[in-house]
Design a protein around this ligand. Structure first.
Ligand code: SAM
Length: 364
């Protein structure tokens, strides 16, 4: 090795040493400063990532063993009043073929899901005005009373505190609302002026206060995102202390203003999954569809980086392709609820197993 190469190797070892030191600090203190988060995210490398994943797996196994929780995802409407610049079902995309499931169709999805072994139903959709509080509350209470051993999770965007209260009273247990990005300026570059980071965060605090098990999260590699933005996201997670954190790579959709923006990477998404596992050891952490979309083994690698949840698609087959948030979004194979066997064998191949239970968060 020449002197130059030797110097480079020594410097690389030194910087890995500093990054693993920060990982150790995170594990011990469950907290880092904004500067430390930024240094950790910016300075990551392959070696440090392997070290992180080992720590994250150990933490995950300590709390959840080798169980992988499953959720049946019902994408019940792709009508949306919002115009998020990254999203394929934004209201100003004239090429999105709109659909809305009827309450009976939603219940039929749950029935099918229950037979398959799902004990959590996640109702996700665009912000569709047809689903008033009373209509949505009726659907929630029908599910709640018919399948009492199941959890009902809503992911229906921003609503008033009163609306969240009504839905909770109807029987909703959990709510997923990604904060998308903590930084107000970054938020405003991803959303139309009618939406704000402040209002998004207000919803999360209200949901928490009302007693929901709350899930938040963000896209990795969204346009204009910096390591400082991610550091702020981690600080927000620490403060909110949610029961679940959903992160996945940003993936462009051809009919949006971000069509030509690069996608987030598998590598950074996995690294952040590992960090979140150490920050909030008992949190529920899904290996998301977007992760499975950017790499054929994305879900397995997510689990091996500390994730412990997967959310196969329970929507009726004929609408699955219409809920296209980004290009090439997976909805077949292991993504499809009917292919649970396939998912099960993929999990078994990496030493994990699917658990048939509600799968509540231990981070309460
Ligand atoms: N309307 C609800 C809301 O706002 O929370 C739920 C539906 S929304 C489409 C669900 C999530 O999809 C968003 O929180 C966002 O992070 C993610 N998403 C949308 N477009 C995406 C894209 N192009 N790439 C990756 N994720 C995307």
């Amino acid at each position: 090795m020449s002197a130059g190469h030797l110097d480079a190797a020594v410097n690389a070892d030194k910087s890995t040493g500093r990054i693993t030191e920060l990982i150790d600090q995170l594990e011990d203190r469950r907290s880092l400063t904004r500067e430390e988060w930024t240094e950790l995210i910016r300075g990551r490398n392959k070696q440090a990532a392997e070290y992180l994943f080992e720590r994250a797996r150990e933490t995950r196994i300590r709390h959840y063993g080798h169980d992988v929780y499953i959720r049946g995802l019902i994408e019940f409407t792709n009508y949306c009043r919002n115009d998020c610049l990254y999203c394929g079902i934004r209201k100003s995309n004239p090429n999105a073929e709109r659909y809305r499931l009827t309450p009976d169709e939603i219940l039929a999805c749950c029935e099918h899901g229950y037979e398959l072994g799902f004990r959590t139903f996640v109702l996700q959709g665009g912000e569709d005005g047809w689903f008033t509080d009373s209509r949505l509350a009726d659907i929630v209470s029908s599910i709640h009373s018919r399948w009492q051993d199941c959890a009902v999770t809503l992911s229906v965007g921003e609503r008033s505190r009163e609306s969240y209260r009504i839905l909770k009273e109807a029987g909703a247990d959990r709510f997923l609302l990604r904060h998308e990005t903590y930084d107000h300026e970054h938020y405003s570059r991803l959303h139309p002026p009618s939406l704000s980071a402040q209002e998004r965060q207000r919803c999360l605090w209200d949901l928490k206060d009302l007693g929901y098990q709350v899930g938040t999260g963000f896209m990795v590699g969204s346009p204009f995102q910096t390591p400082e933005n991610l550091a702020d996201d981690m600080l927000f997670l620490e403060k909110l202390d949610p029961q679940m954190v959903g992160i996945g790579p940003f993936i462009p959709h051809h009919d949006t203003p971000f069509a030509d923006q690069p996608a987030g990477t598998l590598e950074l998404t996995l690294f952040l999954l590992g960090l979140i596992r150490l920050l909030l050891p008992k949190v529920l952490l899904p290996a998301t569809t977007a992760l499975g979309t950017i790499a054929p083994d994305g879900r397995e690698r997510g689990i091996l980086a500390g994730a412990n949840v997967v959310m196969p698609n329970l929507s009726p087959a004929q609408v699955r392709e219409k809920y296209l948030l980004y290009d090439n979004k997976l909805c077949t194979g292991s993504e499809a609820a009917e292919s649970l066997k396939d998912l099960e064998s993929r999990m078994q191949a990496i030493g994990y197993r699917i658990a048939v239970c509600r799968g509540d968060s231990l981070n309460m």
